[in-house]
Ligand binder design. Structure first.
Ligand code: SAM
Length: 263
């Protein structure tokens, strides 16, 4: 069992909570700078741990909210930073709308590897609650989020997120600056909800994207024909694979198709 001790607290590291703590102050400063955090903003940090990022955010914004699942770390943050609003809970279960309380959040977090996708999809569902998020995650996942068409990284994650967010790659963070050291490198990305998205049925779009990529090597025709009426879609488009389409082309295709009513 790996133990990490910081100031007055020692914890047995919980792998399932993705507890790899940042140890390099240059990196934490760089993340907070990239976030664009400003005083008076409504800030939410996901997973403060021992407060590596928290400490830097406080330099800019003296009071904000953190959500930490590990009771021992939540207690640590409460003692160390009494001015913060500490929510001891699972980020995936909190009511983000209630936390935002009508003021859009700026979100920061060095998020646990194991729940990166669930966190991203939760942010997607709650996109009206925040204006900007700066997230550190596994490098490979970051590359899949910012991927461009016709690359092997471009898939469901890129299309779902880029349809609703401006996404931007910040910088790479090597594994050596964490304790305990993970087996992979990390990267920081930012996501900003788009003001206008040309979709009347976001859930339908999400289902369509999953269908379009169902078997990557297959054409759009083969992946979509079971579930959609494709009569209005040009034949040359149906010969393509999903990975060839830009986000705008996904929007157009989605408008042209009609879901089949399956009996
Ligand atoms: C990668 S560590 C980052 C810790 C700290 N921010 C840092 O950079 O050193 C992830 C943190 O998220 C917490 N955590 C894990 N799962 C969580 C969840 N579902 N909700 C809230 N916090 C969670 C972990 O306990 C841990 O403190």
């Amino acid at each position: 069992m790996t133990k990490v001790e910081y100031k007055h607290t020692e914890i047995a590291v919980k792998k399932q909570l993705g507890q790899n703590f940042l140890t390099d102050r240059n990196i934490t400063r760089k993340i907070v700078r990239l976030s664009g955090a400003e005083p008076e903003e409504h800030i939410l940090e996901i997973g403060p741990g021992f407060g590596a990022l928290t400490k830097e955010i406080i330099e800019i914004c003296p009071s904000f909210t953190v959500v930490e699942k590990d009771p021992k770390l939540a207690a640590f943050i409460r003692t160390e930073y009494p001015q913060l609003n500490v929510i001891e809970a699972d980020f995936l279960k909190i009511d983000l709308e209630a936390v935002a309380g009508g003021r859009k959040l700026r979100i920061l977090g060095n998020i646990p590897y194991s729940i990166t996708s669930p966190i991203l999809f939760r942010l997607l569902e709650n996109r009206h609650c925040f204006m900007h998020a700066t997230l550190m995650m596994q490098h490979e996942v970051a590359m899949r989020i910012v991927a461009v068409p016709s690359t092997k990284e471009y898939g469901i994650l890129a299309v779902q997120l880029q349809a609703f967010f401006e996404v931007s790659y910040g910088f790479k963070v090597g594994r050596k600056v964490f304790k305990p050291q993970p087996g992979v490198d990390s990267a920081v990305i930012t996501i900003t909800p788009k003001e206008q998205v040309p979709l009347s049925d976001p859930e339908g779009f999400s289902h369509f994207v999953r269908c379009a990529f169902h078997q990557r090597r297959k054409t759009l025709l083969n992946n979509l024909k079971e579930s959609y009426n494709l009569d209005a879609v040009p034949a040359e488009v149906l010969k393509l694979r999903a990975e060839a389409l830009t986000i705008e082309e996904f929007f157009i295709l989605f408008k042209e198709m009609k879901p089949k009513i399956l009996s």
